[in-house]
Design a protein around this ligand. Structure first.
Ligand code: FRU
Length: 406
């Protein structure tokens, strides 16, 4: 376990999930609204926290209602906020985010009315106690001084810099960090054609640094000082749910592995895996838990109309019943009897009558239709089993289909 200090902008993310991306002048309803702390360093720290590290955030905070709530939300995540700088003037930085359910894209509109962290405030903090110092590449004038005192007072502590977009004079910061993480946005806006060009460009200012450049679904390129550039492809995922903070999660994976002493290729690989895991779910909570569609429930060959196949759902407390109906279609039901909310196989196996296409709960003998889950005989007559969404891949593996849930 290491202790990380993250320096950056803490913002309030107001996230609306929509069925599609709206057209200009369209009026539509969001399917969900979520308010959560955001900002690249804050997100990275939350993921590092889940990876078992101690984390502290240094950020400017507005003394308004949202600011107080944000501080609490960050401390509830187990992140130390005592290095934050309270500001009487200005409002909590807010980002309005549209997450398009069709493809997980995130479109962000920022509102900013708060001065960022002061060098003077940073200089008063006891940064020597941290094992790693991570900075967002912004607030350039103040950051210059922060990086210099960080290097002076913590000569052996790894320093990382996240380079999201070009900012005036930012290249002057490149001589200090051990690790610079370059986003595609920086490369595009600097007129660099690809990740390799971005690495070559930054390298001219930062020969001492390990450089990593992320390029969305094309993966990441990386090079340690004096070594050739290598590529890590992105990890394919069954369905993209939410890409907000995928880069921040990648950064956490990278820092985690490098802090453990892993070589850069291993660290980048782990970072890519963690980012792939992140985009399969909404938000950052429980990022290390298995997802329902991680492993197949079973294979089509194991499902017949004569037997109830019971499969555990990865990462969930319940199992599902898979069975074929009279038409040969595979049906999946949550294994939970609506009578007393116990699994249908709690007392014995689930008996199936293939002639009437019904199956029986072993506890109090309630009979359910295989095709629509209705109870046609027994104590919960007229009630229904809950359908469970599945998808079947081309090899016949049956998975939980998470496309309708978050
Ligand atoms: C995601 C994010 C959001 C925030 C925005 C700030 O990477 O950090 O949480 O709104 O970017 O640029």
């Amino acid at each position: 376990m290491s202790s990380f200090l993250g320096v950056g902008n803490l913002v309030l993310d107001t996230i609306l999930t929509t069925s599609h991306f709206p057209a200009e002048n369209e009026e539509m309803r969001a399917e969900a609204r979520q308010l959560q702390p955001g900002g690249n360093a804050a997100n990275t720290l939350y993921v590092l926290k889940q990876l078992g590290h101690e984390c502290a955030l240094a950020s400017a905070i507005a003394v308004d209602d949202s600011g107080r709530k944000l501080l609490k939300a960050v401390s509830d995540r187990g992140i130390d906020t005592s290095l934050c700088q309270k500001r009487l003037k200005g409002a909590t930085p807010t980002s309005y985010v549209l997450v398009n359910k069709e493809n997980g894209s995130r479109t962000i509109v920022h509102y900013r009315d708060l001065a960022e962290l002061d060098f003077e405030h940073f200089a008063r903090q006891e940064i020597e106690r941290f094992d790693w110092l991570h900075f967002e590449g912004r607030n350039v004038d103040n950051l210059k001084g922060m990086l210099n005192i960080a290097r002076t007072f913590c000569p052996n502590t790894p320093i990382s810099l996240e380079l999201e977009k070009p900012r005036d004079g930012i290249e002057a910061l490149f001589g200090v960090p051990n690790l610079i993480i370059i986003a595609r946005h920086y490369a595009n806006d600097t007129g660099l054609a690809d990740a390799e060009a971005a690495i070559e460009h930054v390298r001219t200012f930062a020969p001492q640094a390990t450089l990593v450049c992320t390029w969305g679904s094309d993966g990441a390129w990386f090079a340690s000082p004096g070594n050739p550039i290598r590529h890590q492809p992105a990890i394919p995922v069954p369905r993209v749910v939410d890409t907000l903070g995928a880069g921040d999660t990648f950064n956490a994976g990278l820092l985690h592995k490098l802090a453990e002493g892993a070589p850069i290729d291993e660290a980048v690989r782990f970072a890519a895996e963690l980012a792939a895991r992140k985009i399969r779910q909404q938000g950052f909570d429980n990022l290390l838990a298995p997802l329902a569609d991680d492993q197949p429930l079973t294979h089509v060959d194991n499902v017949t109309n004569a037997r109830a196949t019971i499969a555990r759902v990865p990462g969930k407390e319940f199992s599902v019943i898979l069975i074929k109906d009279g038409e040969g279609k595979i049906r999946a039901w949550v294994n939970n009897c609506p009578h007393q909310h116990v699994p249908l196989n709690e007392a014995y196996k689930v008996d199936v009558n293939p002639f009437t296409q019904t199956m029986k709960c072993s506890v109090h003998d309630a009979w359910f239709k295989v095709d629509d889950g209705e109870c046609v005989e027994g104590p919960c007559y007229g009630d229904h089993l809950t359908p469970f969404p599945i998808r079947i891949d081309e090899d016949g593996n049956i998975y939980a289909d998470t496309s309708e849930s978050d």
